[in-house]
Design a protein around this ligand. Sequence first.
Ligand SMILES: Cc1cc2nc3c(=O)[nH]c(=O)nc-3n(C[C@H](O)[C@H](O)[C@H](O)COP(=O)(O)O)c2cc1C
Length: 369
Amino acid sequence: MSIYRWCVRPILFGFDPERVHEATIRACRTTARTGFLLRGLHSVFGYEDARLRVSVAGMEFPNPLGLGAGLDKNARAAEALAALGFGFLELGSVSARPSAGNRVRPRLFRLPADEALVVFYGVPNEGAAAIAHRLAAVRRTVPLGVSLVETNTGTMGEVEHVIEELVDAARPFLGLADYLTLNLNCPNSTDGRSHFEDPRNLRLLLERLQSIEPLPPVFVKTASPAEPGAIDAVLEACDPFGFVKGFIPSAHAENCRARLKTPQEALERMSGSVTGPVNRQAAHEAVRSWYARIDRRRHVLVGVGGITCAEDAYEFIRSGAALVQLVTALVYRGPGLVKRIKQRLCGLIERDGLGNVAEAVGTAKPMKR
Ligand SMILES: Cc1cc2nc3c(=O)[nH]c(=O)nc-3n(C[C@H](O)[C@H](O)[C@H](O)COP(=O)(O)O)c2cc1C
């Protein structure tokens, strides 16, 4: 971490966060076009261990640590990001139509005292057709998922329209994406409100999706409260649809802004949702609650929210997550983090006398149903 932390990060943090994000994606794209640079990334950051391999929803993952949605929105950097050693990448979120995202600037902020970000992008992306076209040319080394979202127009569309939009966003990725994620509660558009808070609408969406083929495994990313009743309502809505293979509970800690070390006066100038460690406890509890209620023969969980090290990832896994994702920690801890997490995960498996990481899933003391 030290070269990144002491030499690279101070330079990057001297520039506007959105510009650095864009420049990083461009650098990844250039790297991927140059075979020897890509191989260089592999040899510096690669780390494989058979104990980390997992088989989830019919897909084979070299390890359970993935990149969460939002970093590579337009699938421009997938090959280089895969070379950093992620076990899978979630690209997007992608909408049916192109969107410039929220108009206000700045719309990405760093909170170094909290290793957090404030995100107010409003899902800018080039639209499903263009992104699918690009994805078709990607040389794959790990499963590539695509996160789908309604087009951000600044207002909330009628539910029928939003459903058609999501189906239109999915269509170009059939046969291309290894899995799809339905991003049902984008906190940066439509004021974070979502038609799909009502499980009847989720069911309507899934009914429409079912009519397009061949659907890959679908994960549902939802910010619905991690309470038994709310979880059961989502599970019930998804029950008739065998293509729904799992859930990504995206928990936001209540009053998370009040718990940050960053001064409140500074925070007041930053609209958006906070990502990073402040949400970890809530996200972790959400995974525990979901794990107690899902049918484990049918569904898996993907843990995300504030993962910064192997211990965090392992805690999510022990609580029931078959896969985990991170985004914010990459900004603060740099590309070497992926390898470090994987190496240390192997140590944790060994410490606990397990044969592989899959054996650790759900081994934490179970929660009462
Ligand atoms: C810059 C940024 C952009 C994001 N954009 C999306 C997005 O488009 N779709 C989505 O489902 N999640 C998005 N997220 C949320 C992440 O996928 C993840 O759920 C969240 O950041 C929590 O993980 P973390 O604490 O490791 O960052 C974004 C996060 C960040 C930091």
